[in-house]
Structures are given as C-alpha cells and as structure tokens.
Write a protein that binds this ligand. Sequence first.
Ligand code: MV4
Length: 449
Amino acid sequence: MKTFSCILVANRGEIALRILRAARELGIRTVAVYSEADRGAAYLQLADSTVCIGPAPSAGSYLDIARIISAAEISGADAIHPGYGFLAENAEFAEICERCHLTLIGPRADNIRLLGDKARARALAAENGIPLLAGTSSVADEDDALRLAAEIGFPVMIKAAAGGGGRGMRVVRDPGVFTQNFQSACVEAEKAFGSPEVYVERYLENPRHIEIQILADHYGHVVHLGERDCSLQRRHQKLIEESPSPVMTAELRQKVGGYACRLAEAAGYRNAGTVEFLFDPRTGDVFFMEVNTRIQVEHPVTEEVCGLDLVKEQIRLAAGDLLGFAQHDVVLRGCAIEVRINAEDPFNDFKPNPGVIQRLILPGGVGVRVDTHVHGGYAIPSHYDSMIAKLIVHRPTRQEAIATMRRALAEFTVEGVKTTIPLIREIMAHPNYVKGQVDTGFIQEYFMP
Ligand code: MV4
C-alpha cells in the first residue's frame, strides 16, 4: 500500500489544523507553512516542521505557488494538501504540482479545469442526462443570448462560466434590460475571472441549496455520502449547514446521489468533491448547478452522519488506495448541524471584527464537536477570512440536534471580539428553522434590516 512520507499543508487556521490531525493519525509527517501574520500560531506546533512562506497578504504567501512549491521541496514533502480557498481549485497549481512530482491531495488538474468551467460542467451534466434548469451552455453574442433568454422565459440568470459560488451572477426579470445586464456581466466576468464567457439559465426563486458529497478513487469507483442542506446563506456566505436535508427522502437521495456519481464518473473525477443542486420546494424538482473540486468548510456534517474522516479518505485516495467500501456500505445515521462562527458584527452589516480573543469558553458534552484553531489570547489577523470556529452537533434526530446546538451556543463564550453567535442563536430559535421550512431567501427576509 502506497502512502506519503510527508504532507505539506498549504493553508492556515482551522482547516490547516484539521489536516495536521488527519495526517498525524495516519502516521504521516507534516510541514505547516505560515505567513508573517500567522507566525507563532499555536496550531503550528502540531506540525513536524514549519516554513515561513512570506508576508501577511495572501498574494505573497498562501496564494504564491512558487513559494509553496519551494517550501515543499526544501522540507522533503511528497504531497500537498490545499484545504479550501487559496489554491484549492487552482488548475495551474495542480499542474505545477504534477510537474514537480508532488501529489496534490485532490483531483487532477484536468478535473479542476473541466469542472471549474461552469458552462462545460453544465454541458457534461446535460450529456449525461442530469436535470438542468432550461438554459444555454454557451452563447455566441448578445442578440443570440436575448433570443435564448426569451425562449427560456423570464426571469433568467446570467452567470459567469469561470465564476461559481455566487460570484458574477445577475438576475434579469425584464427583457428590456437584458442586453445591458448581459454586457455588464461579460465585462465584470472578464475583470474578475479573466474570461468574459457567460451562460443563461431560467431563474429559480428562493430554492433550497442541496449538495452531494462524493468520494472517487483512481480506479473508477465513486460513492456518495448523502447530502448537505446549505440553504441558510447570506450573500453567498453559508451560515448553517445540515445533513440530512429536512426535504430529502430516501428515494430522492438515491436519485440525486446517483446523478452526482454519474457526473463524477463521466468526468473521470478523483478524490473528494461536491456536486451542488438547487431544489424547488414547490415542485420537488432538483437541478444541477456546479461542482466544487475541494474539501469544503461544511464537510464535518457529512463526517458525523456517515462516520468517516473525509480528510483521511482524501489522503488515502490520493496515495492510490482503493475506496474501502461500496455505496451499499454507506450508512447515514442521525442528524448533524454545523454553524460557522465568524469574527464579524452581525448587527452592523457583518463588519469583520478582528482583534484579540480575551476569553474563550468552548462548549462540549455529548454530540458536540468544535473545529477551531483559536484559543483565549489569540489575535485574529485582519488579512484573512473571519471564520474562527465551526460548531457541529450530531444527535439521533433533528429536534435533538437543535436542542443540543442551542445548549452548546449558550455555553459558547467569546470575549474581546464580536461574533455571529448572537445571530445564530436567534436563527436556532426561529419557528420556521425549527420546522425545517427555510430557503435561500430566509436570512434576508427575517434577519436583515
Ligand atoms: C441560481 C439561482 C436561481 N436560479 N441559478 C448561487 C450560488 C451558485 N452556486 C448558484 N446560485 C444560485 N443559482 C438559477 N438558475 C439561485 C442561486 C442562489 C443561491 C443558491 C444557493 C444558495 C443560496 C443562493 C442565494 C442566492 C442565489
């Protein structure tokens, strides 16, 4: 059985710590990299060695491919785990790793390139009989696009092919303003992603966001690990994720899980990935959206219900191991809910609130997991994402999971910086949340001024 001798963790914060822990349990040496802003961070002590890769701004450190490759070479790493964000879905980085004989723990560069192009991913889904919202895979010009939009029927959504995760999108409700929106979407896409390519889809009002976790080995075996419901978001930032989805049935899961596996097989996908769908609560229909070719922030909810360590699975699969189980071995137990705790002021437009955590009391007890790298006295750097912890609960039923989450949130104490905890407590008490009757418009409707 092949394994790695040393993994370089090309990330920071909670996910870096998460990966260091998985590697340690597998008996693999680790190298942690850090920027000047993260110098002295406590989690770095859990690595076998550390390398400073540059200044605080991520462009000169966590996003600097040459510095990360050099750090891997001087420290003798034979694999790199990119975590999420930063270089995790960068096909060029994946290609350079391949050329430098460093195994990137994730999909191949060509997987990232194919699925990172949302229009190509859409076309691949269509070829494989996976349901899509009426739309186009590509458009020739603005007149062609307007003609197609009229055929689809308004409202429509214009999306950047190189976008994703909610970036570079426009809703158009009136044909009279289609062309101006189309033109500005192309300009914006070119500026933001370096490609002006866009596509057009029927716009689905207030859908639920349902995503399927998959694992794929190098020998064509693909399994899915059920879904996560990530409908509770604000400006495309997820706040709460759970599994199973309150709207899912065993039959629907089998169907949507099957779509996710079929797409992965068609793409020759490897390692962990997530296939996103929109669910129409009015009709019960699901529609393919996009594929995320990384381990996601919300992976713990899947770990809790399926009993696997997804980062360990990623490492084993990247080393060339066979998937150790088949679809019929996957047993999903109970309900898991994750909330993201950000150092932001939820009552002041989610303004980031970096600073020193003066006092920290973490919840514990039955069914409670906290994934965090922070501690009392920790200074949150202002240069990076403001997420400081993920609180995850796992109980036999959704009702019990909510009770445990409320209890854990009542214990959770962070002094010195403002956090999203007070907002999360309010959501957990909202009758519609408790009934599972939420969609992607819920936060805006009930919790925004
Ligand atoms: C949509 C949509 C409605 N209709 N596409 C946002 C993230 C990206 N993955 C897809 N997104 C959406 N695509 C069509 N044709 C609505 C959204 C959307 C959304 C999706 C999931 C979770 C929250 C959302 C918030 C606003 C819009």
